[in-house]
Every structure is written in C-alpha cells, then in structure tokens.
Design a protein. Structure first.
Length: 303
C-alpha cells in the first residue's frame, strides 16, 4: 500500500498530464468597420460588398430629399465613431454634411483620408442642367449627383468601394473584391433584363433632374421638367407652356414621393397623362434585393 507522500506525488503528476499543453491561440477576429453612408443607396452597396466585415448606418431617410437635411446631433454621434464615411458628393449633401463632419471631430473621415469615400470621384456623371442655359437654382457644377437611379453607375461604384474596403481590411481584400464583382454583375444583368421589357422611345416629364439617369439605361426620353428651374416649384406660367408644347404627344409624369404633386396633376388634367409617384431610394436598412425591386418600380410606368 502506497504511503501518503507517494499518493500525493502521483496525483500531482496526473494533474500535469491533464493540463493542456501550449494550446494554439485563435486569432481574434477584427471588429467590423463602422461605415456611415449619407444615402440609403450607398448603404446598400456597403452592406452587400462588406458583408460581415462592416456595420452600416445611413444618415438620410429614404423618403426625404437629401439636398435638404439638418446636421443633427445624432449624425455627429455616428460620424464620431465611423471608420469610413460614404458620401455622394457633387453638392448633394453640401447643406448639412460639412457641419456634421465638423461637429463629429473625427480625423479619420476628413477629406483626403482613406476613411472618406466620395462616390462621384469614381464615376462619370451626367452634366447637370443647373450649369448651362437658363437653368439656375441649386447648382451642381460637378454634374448631376443623382446617379443612384442608374444601376450601371452603381455597378461601377461597387467595384471602387470593394477596392477601398480592401485597403482598410487588406487581409480580406480578396473576399471583398469578389463580393464587389458579384454585386456589380447582378446590377448589370438586372438592368439589361428590365430594359429589354419596355418599348423604346417612350417619353416622360420629371419634376427634377434626378430622373434623367433613367435615360442612361432605359430606352426612354425626357420631355421636360415640372420645375421651371431646378429647386424652384412649378409656376402656372411654366405649366401652361409645358401643356402647350406637349399637346398631342403621349407620355407620363414621374416624380418622387417627397416632391409636390400639383404640377403632375395639372398635366394630367390637361394632357390626360398618367402620374406615377416613385420612391428614389431603398429602405435605410435595405439590401441588394430592395434596390433591384426599386429598379422594377422605375420601369413599371413604361410597361
């Protein structure tokens, strides 16, 4: 029978055997990048390209004109924690974003830093009607900033965003590039399928120049604007002139839900044209499927 000291030694040795020997420590997963997008469309691209590597917040509501927001304290709080700020540019957010960024005091998202992604720097824009001829008002010297209505430009932007996210998370650059290419291809394929569904040459009158981008991926033509000049509500004189010029033509009136309906109603009464009220942005928490459905709603008035 073993003495007590020997029993104690055996138990001690057994305990050593049962201890784990130099376990391999798992590499900690990086925290998701905190991405703040100014518009829901940019938010969609960030979510789809970034996947689990990003957490996305959107500043502008889907049912508001992004020209006219206030630099709210909640915006500043989100921007203060942001690793990446996605903005449209070309003057779209000029009335509120500079103040929000200044109030956030986050050097990571200052102009020229990798944490600041200005979408229009990666795209060719349609010329804005605000910089030529009699059209004055809300001037966009860099071009028409409403490219979110063109899935082909959104497709290009997906690739540029994948590259930027890959620069911020180089260990995942390959995955991010692959995701951006998949999103890009999906947008192009859906745009081509929708364009093939409608008869070419149909015309429309829009409230603002935002809907001009429909002409870049659909075989349709713009016939005028309800605004006499950008940013100025329709006047009776301008609407009467529109009716006189378009008498005998077929078409439809398109405008955003947040734009006044009086001008469209006037054309409906005098020309018999249907009026279609459209959403121009997906939900603030939307994904690619939401944007694809939005594309279908833009095509529906021409089917």
């Amino acid at each position: 029978m073993c003495s007590r000291p020997i029993q104690g030694a055996l138990l001690f040795l057994l305990g050593l055997v049962l201890l784990p020997v130099n376990p391999v420590q798992a590499q900690p997963q990086p925290q998701p990048l905190q991405v703040v997008a100014t518009t829901p469309s940019l938010g969609v691209l960030a979510r789809e390209v970034g996947g689990d590597l990003v957490e996305v917040r959107v500043l502008a509501p889907a049912d508001r004109d992004p020209h006219y927001l206030d630099a709210r304290p909640s915006f500043m709080a989100l921007l203060r924690r942001a690793d990446l700020l996605l903005e449209v540019g070309a003057g779209l957010e000029e009335g509120w974003l500079p103040a929000a960024v200044s109030g956030a005091a986050n050097p990571v998202i200052n102009t020229g830093r990798p944490g600041r992604f200005r979408a229009v720097d990666h795209l060719g824009l349609r010329p804005s009607i605000t910089v030529e001829g009699p059209n004055v008002g809300h001037v966009h010297a860099e071009g028409n900033p409403h490219f979110n209505l063109d899935p082909l430009r959104m497709s290009e932007l997906s690739l540029a965003l994948g590259e930027r996210l890959g620069a911020l998370r180089p260990e995942h650059a390959g995955v991010l590039q692959a995701r951006s290419e998949q999103v890009s291809a999906g947008l192009r394929a859906h745009a081509a399928a929708l364009a093939a569904r409608i008869e070419p040459g149909q015309g429309f009158v829009a409230y603002h120049e935002d809907l001009d981008y429909l002409r870049d991926w659909l075989p349709v033509k713009g016939l005028g604007y309800l605004e006499p000049v950008p940013g100025v509500p329709p006047t009776a004189r301008h609407l009467r002139a529109l009716v006189e010029r378009l008498q005998g033509h077929e078409g439809r009136v398109l405008h955003a839900a947040y734009q006044p309906g009086r001008g469209g109603a006037f054309l409906h009464r005098h020309l018999g044209w249907p009026v279609h009220v459209l959403s121009l942005e997906p939900p603030v928490d939307g994904g690619l499927d939401d944007y694809l459905r939005l594309m279908e709603s833009w095509v529906a008035p021409f089917e």
